[in-house]
Ligand binder design. Structure first.
Ligand code: PLP
Length: 417
């Protein structure tokens, strides 16, 4: 093909792809949710492709925050702790459990950050496994997960068994099977790989862990709110996740953590603060852990940080997680289709699984120029994120992302390249 013909073919493909975006948007049963997000009509934001890093704010959140300040904080003052704030970490935890985790009440709590919660959960888990001195962890896991577990291994003289997955996919059952044994205290993995978007086989790996009497901790930062989870049915031991990604809790909103009900009494968390003690306001001489999931709290939780996520949880419940997953698959499929047609001729490769059954809600595209390209894209209101060495991450949040936005964004990637 001559250069001119090649460009002409790309031009024809682009017209077809743009038509497809319009058709997909008009038949999208969730399309109506998009205008409930502030900024969805902002002409300076051509395409927001990073809802997996920071979800957009909802219109109702603006009212919730201002009425919280005026009506509750200002008027109820310290009395509000007794009137609801004390219960918020567990009440909202139960809401997260019901709407996104497939978890019965009393097993999920909100507080800390994901990093701090990972520390507490890992530390509590390994302390409950005396005589076992190994932790299995994925070298492709998000930095904070690896850094925290490295610190714990050094603190307790434990050995880390690093798994190395294919960069474009993720950890398999066979890989875990090859290293797990009678010394394994804990397996720490992410269900959706933050780079490739690969979706691990949570039920199978969890079962394998249990066959060896190991515990398993799933980091669900990149699945919570976008992929239906069944933590109770899968008999998952422990999980932690973010609320500012697909749960739109806002920058720095607190994390959530899940501990299976029958494990709770066995685990002693390492940051024994007063908020997780049996009776915080008796100002007791010594620490006695609270019953149930509350014992995993440490200090005063961020009540203001828990406001926005409640609005997104309500919206997810209304839309239905199965419908959200269906749109997520359609969005990532469409992004791959555009990349194959418009970007592959420019040297772009797909760094994510092509099979939607093992793909989360983001797609990573690879090209050596993406670091430079990302800065140019941000300047023109197209906002994906860059993950070294050469990955452009296209994060698609089904309730706030349209197919038209995906098309506009990826057409801009082509132009910038
Ligand atoms: C986003 C993310 C985190 C973030 O941790 P913070 O403590 O909130 O900064 C941790 N782990 C994974 C897998 C993530 O994707």
């Amino acid at each position: 093909m001559t250069e001119l013909n090649r460009l002409k073919t790309i031009g024809d493909d682009a017209a077809d792809l743009a038509d497809r975006a319009a058709a997909l948007d008009s038949s999208d049963p969730l399309a109506g949710f998009r205008n409930q997000f502030i900024g969805s009509g902002d002409p300076t934001i051509t395409a927001y492709l990073d809802g997996n890093s920071l979800g957009r704010p909802l219109l109702v959140t603006r009212d919730r925050i201002s009425s919280f300040v005026d009506q509750i904080w200002a008027k109820r003052l310290i009395r509000a702790w007794d009137e609801g704030w004390m219960d918020d970490p567990v009440r909202i935890g139960d809401q997260i459990g019901r709407v996104v985790l497939g978890a019965a009440p009393g097993q999920t709590v909100v507080g800390d950050s994901t990093s701090v919660m990972l520390y507490k959960w890992i530390r509590a888990a390994v302390a409950s496994q005396p005589g076992r001195d190994e932790i299995v962890v994925d070298i492709g896991n998000f930095p904070t997960d690896r850094f925290v577990v490295e610190g714990i291994a050094a603190e307790l003289r434990m050995r880390l068994r690093w798994l190395e997955a294919d960069r474009r996919s993720g950890i398999t059952v066979d890989q875990v099977s090859a290293v797990i044994g009678s010394r394994t205290a804990l397996i720490l993995l992410s269900d959706v790989a933050y780079r490739s978007g690969y979706l691990a086989d949570v039920p199978a790996i969890t079962e394998l862990a249990h066959d060896h009497e190991s515990l398993v901790l799933w980091d669900v930062c990149h699945s919570a709110g976008v992929i239906p989870l069944r933590l109770d049915d899968w008999q998952v031991d422990l999980a932690v996740g973010c609320t500012y990604k697909y749960l739109n809790g806002g920058p720095g909103s607190p994390a959530f953590g899940y501990v299976r009900a029958d494990l709770q009494h066995r685990l002693r968390q390492p940051i024994q603060g007063w908020m997780g003690s049996a009776e915080p306001f008796t100002m007791a001489a010594h620490y006695v852990p609270s019953d149930g999931i509350r014992r995993f709290l440490s200090g005063t939780p961020s009540i203001i940080g828990m406001l926005a996520m409640q609005d997104m949880l309500a919206l997810i419940e209304q839309a239905g997680l199965e419908a959200i997953r269906a749109k997520s698959v359609a969005l990532t499929q469409y992004a791959i289709e555009i990349s194959d047609q418009l970007l592959a001729p420019l040297g772009v490769e797909i760094g994510s699984p092509r099979d939607p059954a093992v793909r989360g809600s983001h797609v990573t595209l690879e090209h050596p120029e993406f670091r430079v390209a990302t800065a140019r894209l941000w300047e023109c209101g197209v906002i994906p994120d860059f993950r070294p060495p050469d990955g452009l991450r296209i994060g698609l949040s089904p309730l706030s992302t349209s197919f038209g936005e995906v098309y506009q964004g990826l057409a801009a990637v082509r132009d910038v390249l």
